[in-house]
Design a protein around this ligand. Structure first.
Ligand SMILES: [Fe+2]
Length: 286
């Protein structure tokens, strides 16, 4: 049976892609951020996952405001990217695990999550930058199942809904008959606001509260409405929905193995975490 070995949270700011392309990992501005991935590289080399389920939000490459599903899941053998206009190189394609995707889709719909199914899906920097950060070599030794959450056009799903989506996917992964080692990734955040009179807003105190609570008590965070979240974390801080879904999949004893929090990367509070998922506790019902 498939096993969820743990979770990774990663910021996905486009400027990171440019820094990678220009080999600025050791520049004083970037080094405190990139150093946070040293442990990620060690942990991935040791745990060697076969598949990554990646919760992220599209920024207008595959979906636009005219048609924007709340939840969408890829079901392809390969995911391409394209020029998004950020000045970062177009990413190499990423192989998919379509069989696992369809297993998750069947389980989600049976669990009353009516997701949009995408057999052809472009993935943007919210997937490709975390991939380049986690596996900086010339080959990505892993397949992905991308799960897209609307964090762009209101109304957005609640934090509770996102956590429950993650729990449903976690149960589905663990019911998959193949002996796969699965890592679950949530990308985006933490606090940031790119528009309006609060452009540049960052809330370190709230970010640290989130990083503390999501490990052992994610339910506490579901008490915040989306509007509360925008107030506390900025209009783009709602990308934390992707982190909540990632956390929801981890149904064992979850411990934080690594955390790096750095302000700022571009206009964003950057965070990188690794969570271990030891199966031994009873799973909460979604
Ligand atoms: Fe984003």
């Amino acid at each position: 049976m498939a096993t969820i070995i743990g979770g990774i949270g990663s910021t996905h700011v486009p400027a990171i892609g440019k820094a990678i392309a220009e080999k600025k990992q050791n520049d004083p501005y970037w080094k405190p951020f990139f150093k946070g991935f040293d442990y990620v590289h060690y942990w991935l080399a040791r745990t060697r996952p076969d598949v990554a389920v990646v919760f992220y939000n599209d920024h207008g490459l595959n979906f636009f405001l005219d048609k924007l599903p709340t939840f969408a899941i890829g079901a392809a053998d390969e995911y391409r990217s394209e020029d998004e206009g950020w000045g970062i190189p177009v990413s190499r394609p990423i192989p998919g695990d379509a069989a696992l995707s369809w297993h998750l889709i069947n389980a989600l719909v049976a669990d009353e999550f009516d997701v949009t199914t995408c057999q052809d899906m472009l993935i943007d920097h919210a997937v490709t930058i975390p991939m380049a950060l986690m596996w900086p070599g010339p080959v990505w030794p892993i397949k992905i199942v991308p799960v897209e959450i609307n964090t762009v056009q209101h109304p957005l799903p609640t934090l509770q809904r996102s956590l429950r989506l993650g729990r449903s996917i976690g149960r589905a992964i663990e019911s998959y008959e193949k002996d796969l080692r699965v890592v679950v990734i949530g990308t985006g955040g933490l606090s940031h606001q790119l528009d309006g009179t609060r452009a540049g807003f960052i809330n370190k105190e709230f970010d640290l509260l989130c990083l503390d609570k999501i490990v052992g008590d994610p339910e506490t965070l579901t008490r915040y409405s989306i509007h509360d979240w925008v107030q506390e974390s900025g209009s783009q801080g709602v990308e934390f929905l992707n982190w909540m879904a990632m956390r929801g999949t981890l149904t064992g004893r979850v411990t934080e193995l690594s955390r790096n929090y750095h302000i700022p990367i571009s206009n964003t509070a950057a965070a990188t975490v690794v969570y271990d998922n030891q199966k031994e506790t009873a799973r909460k019902a979604a």
